[in-house]
Design a protein around this ligand. Sequence first.
Ligand code: SF4
Ligand code: SF4
Length: 424
Amino acid sequence: MFDIMDFGIGEFTGDSGSDSSAPSGPYIPEASECMRCGMCVSSCPTFRLFETDMETPRQRIRTISKVLVEDVPISAEERGHLDNCLQCRACETACPSRMSYGSLFDQARMKLQQTVARPRLAKLAMYLIEHKRRRRMLLPLLSLYLRSGLRKPLRASGLLRKLKLANAESLLNEPALGSLAGIYPVGRRQRQRGRVALFTGCLAEHFDRATQRAAIKLLNTIGYEVVVPEGQGCCGAIHQHNGCSAQALKDKNIEAFYELEVEAVIYVASGCGAMLSEYQGDDSETAGWFGRSLQDINDFLLAHWPDTLEPAASNLNVAVHEPCSQRNVLKNGRAVHELLRKIPGLNIEALPDNQLCCGAGGSYMLSHPDNAQQLRNAKRQAIEGSGADVVVSSNFSCAFYLNADRAETALKLVHPIRLLADRV
Ligand code: SF4
Ligand code: SF4
């Protein structure tokens, strides 16, 4: 198994693993303030899987309190239950004390991670997430492998399992090569209303190019020039949730977008957006500007959609999957429904059991494949039972995981803006 949870990127980055920018800002209850009321328990996907108190947010908060407040060692068993967390943050939404579980978890993970030796393969993966040029150099090889016909015999040989790469390999699909970086102007006959920048992320830049092109097309169509700065990189979510400092990635992104003279920095994937929206640093002018400029693509399109622009009608039945990052962090799921209503005739329903995580959980699909696959199976059943012609999801990671390794005929998830982009 490719164990991304045990990363040691320090060897590559010189990062000691400590974070001088421990989350601050709005009041964050300390882990010791949990009332142990249990209101969060039934919302937790791992409690649903294991039905034991050790797999509840309440118990994890107790473990986090030992790490952060009492500063006492925790057992391997407690560590295992803590690591089983998907970081879906459904417990935050359920908690009457507004316990900031996500922030507390990240702080505890960072403290614990300082003492752990990490596998080389995991270190390499994190290194590639950090280094755009190196990542791009590998993509043609990946593309060649996927097209070569080697995939079937290699899978059958058992070598991938021996190398603990079988799970990661099963998720692969054809990457887009090259870069999107540049300026995308509005059409010659159109009046330009403004200028915005697009955040493309790390993996989504290559594995969700169609959605990013749809974003550019729609923004151009409603009159906005789009700038895609080459200097941007990964949002840092995978680093932060795995106990590594994401500060260098945050600083790099803020710097890449600052002074572009744009009125908004727009993200497409809600998982990246959740991380970007919680960038906290030194309260500098640049960090403040970034926070004020950040906008979700669904929100931006909805707020700036011209009254005169009517997409082509469609009678498709659409089920809306609501990613945890959108539901529990950004809390802007209604924008998707309202935006899709711009398409006349569309029948739009929420996917049943939207409150339950699909299992992707950033790197969780790699670190805990058995748990992740059980949750994915449940989500796929909900999708198949929905009767939908199309399922939409605003998070790249969820769609990537739910679409992976499926028959070509299976119902695929797409970002909601792709339905719009196809009809304008
Ligand atoms: S709902 Fe909040 S206060 Fe209650 S047990 Fe869960 S984390 Fe603690
Ligand atoms: S973040 Fe999700 S998986 Fe983790 S304790 Fe909270 S509800 Fe459970």
